[in-house]
Design a protein around this ligand. Structure first.
Ligand SMILES: [Zn+2]
Length: 174
């Protein structure tokens, strides 16, 4: 999935938390969930470049290039070590992130891990899938035949927003 869809899906998922918890997530959860939802694609240089193009209209080309550069270097190193949709796209890594994040950052770590989990769930709905059992098995598993950047991804994002609005309305009207 593309960065935009990961952001939409992760922020839409907060409606589920609100419906289950009966209270809105704190405001600080929004940027943390958004950041967590983009983090796994640090292993994909293409995603970093697209993110740079996204931010350029807001912060300018020079600043966007300067911000993008260290991420591109890190991305290159991570990709050569772990591959794209490798260990960073495994549920076990997400659990580890949750445990360590919660231990060192408290609730903030939990929100980051939630965003990370939504990324894995969304990528699992693409034809490429995710390595659900890594590092014990590297075969990728896919739940839906959605192609990244295709019409199916748009439908997926629209369904996430619709489900989120419906969940919020149902929770508030109950
Ligand atoms: Zn991904």
């Amino acid at each position: 999935m593309t960065a935009g869809t990961h952001l939409v899906f992760s922020l839409s998922s907060l409606a589920l938390i609100e419906a289950c918890a009966g209270a809105s997530p704190p405001l600080v959860a929004l940027p943390l969930v958004a950041l967590g939802s983009l983090a796994p694609d640090i292993d994909n240089q293409g995603a970093i470049v697209r993110l740079g193009r996204w931010t350029a209209p807001f912060i300018g080309n020079t600043a966007a290039t300067a911000v993008e550069a260290p991420f591109l270097r890190a991305s290159s190193l991570i990709r050569s070590a772990l591959g794209h949709r490798g260990l960073l796209h495994s549920p076990l890594f997400c659990v580890l992130l949750y445990v360590l994040g919660s231990a060192f950052l408290g609730a903030c770590g939990g929100w980051l891990a939630w965003g990370y989990a939504t990324h894995l769930a969304a990528d699992a709905c693409t034809v490429s899938g995710v390595p659900a059992f890594a590092p014990f098995g590297w075969q990728r598993h896919s739940l839906l035949p959605i192609r990244t950047g295709g019409r199916g991804e748009l439908v997926f994002a629209a369904a996430a927003v619709t489900a989120s609005v419906a969940t919020l309305l149902a929770a508030r009207c109950a």
